[in-house]
Design a binder for this molecule. Structure first.
Ligand code: URA
Length: 308
């Protein structure tokens, strides 16, 4: 049995990769296994050394101000920050668990905000995202998955992040969850000509893991600007990540769903409803009855905003 790709013919390699893809193995992390336990022990050791060095420094007389001392303005993602690289590019090159990622420095968050704010059209925003290299997810994703549907539609749906199919095709909600979303839309007389569809995060997280808090914060200025530029009359958040992040709440989707709230976009308050994510419904089909109630409520709102 061949163990190295270089021993295989291109045909055999293609067939092996096809077999992996069919089996759901779609993210290549590293050629060799990495001992994460040893890595985390090394990190813990270096944290202990840093802490004891800091304690020694603090007990010694201070000569100059410490820029990292308490009192420095915290950034939105400071709670999750583990370190920063000068270039702003995360030091972790290979796909990793969210908890093992290095969070970029404040300059990268500022970059994201400035780029998003400078976009004056949806096309400019797409170009800004294409040029933004500060989010680690773009380095493992195949495509930028920006949006689908009609940007002039009255209703905008915001999901979590692209999955495998979306990453391959560069279009949001085209996999199984997307097909269910299409059926949900059809049930209330909508389709992709009458709705605008995007995600909180435009790049696929490796292995479809939940986006890390700093990834959400890096992408937040772009999705916020996206809503402002599309100016929908209604926003529907699909699932926990979009609902909690955009409504700035800790409440879970099961308590938020179906309620009408306001999403504040610049000077405008847009009626917004969180509902269950279609991927969740695929795993929990009995919950479709809850979403049916949400869809009827959305249909009513949609008719109201259209003056029917
Ligand atoms: N799930 C999402 O949240 N978005 C997609 O585009 C696909 C699946």
């Amino acid at each position: 049995m061949a163990h190295s790709a270089s021993d295989m013919t291109p045909q055999a390699l293609a067939s092996l990769l096809g077999f992996y893809a069919d089996s759901g193995v779609d993210a290549l992390c590293e050629e060799n296994a990495i001992d994460r336990f040893a890595q985390s022990e090394e990190m813990a050791q270096s944290r202990r050394q840093n802490a004891s060095r800091k304690a020694q420094e603090q007990s010694a007389p201070r000569r100059s101000a410490d820029p990292a001392a308490p009192g420095t303005r915290p950034s939105p993602a400071a709670a999750t920050r583990q370190g920063a690289s000068a270039s702003g590019t995360p030091a972790t090159a290979a796909p990793a668990q969210a908890s093992q990622l290095t969070v970029p420095g404040e300059a990268v968050f500022n970059d994201a905000r400035a780029l998003a704010a400078a976009a004056n059209s949806i096309e400019e925003l797409r170009a800004a995202l294409e040029g933004f290299t500060g989010c680690n997810l773009r380095h493992s994703a195949k495509s930028l998955v920006f949006a689908d549907g009609n940007p002039d539609a009255d209703v905008m749906f915001i999901g979590e992040a692209p999955g495998r199919e979306e990453d391959l095709q560069g279009t949001p909600f085209v996999g199984r969850a997307g097909q269910l979303l299409d059926r949900m839309l059809a049930a209330i007389g909508l389709d992709r000509d009458k709705a605008y569809i995007t995600n909180m995060i435009p790049w696929r997280p490796p292995g479809n893991r939940t986006p890390a808090p700093h990834e959400i914060e890096l992408c937040r200025p772009f999705i916020e600007r996206h809503v402002t530029l599309a100016a929908p009359k209604i926003v529907v958040m699909l699932g926990n990540v979009a609902s909690k992040s955009l409504l700035n709440t800790d409440k879970g989707i099961l308590s938020l769903r179906g309620g009408w709230m306001e999403y504040i976009s610049g000077e405008t308050a847009i009626p917004a409803m969180p509902t269950l994510h279609p991927a969740y419904l695929l795993r929990n089909p009995a919950q479709k009855r809850l979403v049916w109630a949400d869809l009827l409520s959305l249909q009513k709102r949609f008719e109201e905003v259209n003056g029917n």
